[in-house]
Design a protein around this ligand. Sequence first.
Ligand code: HSE
Length: 309
Amino acid sequence: MEEIKIFAPASVANVSCGFDVLGFCLGPVGDEMVIRKSSTQGVTISKIEGQDLPYDVKKNVAGVAAETLLTSYPIDYGFEIEIYKKIKAGSGIGSSAASAAGAVFGINELLGKPFSPHQLIAFAMEGESVASGAAHADNVSPVLLGGITLVRSINPLDVISLPTPKELTAVILHPKIELKTMHAREILKKNVPMEKAIQQWGNLGAFVSALYKEDYELLSRSLKDEIVEPMRSLLIPEFESLKNASLNAGALGFGISGSGPSVYALTKGMDKAKKVSEGIKKIISPIGIDFEIHLSNINNQGLKIISSQ
Ligand code: HSE
């Protein structure tokens, strides 16, 4: 195989009770990337469409992730990467993760798959850290493994795939303002009061249990964020009204997607998701910010090969 074209999906990180540890993969939204072998050693970014992103491999998340992989697998040729961005940078649905994960996934395929998906998470995480200023794997993991994932630890890396309840559906609202992950991390307080931590780990444990039991009511009770949401929601226009509208329309839970400004709701089934989407539209339409809404099943496959030659 000389060349591969892939689809690199968007993802939702944090998922309310799981700051920096929980994430799930989305279906319809994602970037495309073409990766091909080149006779020149190292990594070159030869084309970027859809976004104004750096061509310098040391500053581009896909470039950094790809170079990290190649330091563990020295070869006498290189790779050229074309990136067709559909996920807007700073949207909160894993734009940098899609690029980082896509680069390492594509190169691994062209190399004959020397690395496992878990090893690829470690390389992609290095790319992510360029965008956010800190290594975290809660977006790259669901993109590389598919479905819903839990990052138990990043050092050593230990990521667990969780089951997806069949009817679980996501609604994503992307208000088109840019929020940089780096900034959204800087505003977080460094210490958590014991009482809040207790609530959070209670909810996280219950959320995981709810996935295994397909218990939508328990899932709904657990989708709470006592720690990060109170700080970051201030950066998102009409956050409380959007949350109330979603919950009133039957959402199981509602929260910030990654570091925002996108927000997500989870529902049981597509019909409920459509109702939630209508409720959200009524709040966001009058405020005059351009927006997009995506409805998606949980994408259990993750990255996908579109073609290869
Ligand atoms: N867990 C990360 C954060 C996800 O919220 O900062 C954003 O990429």
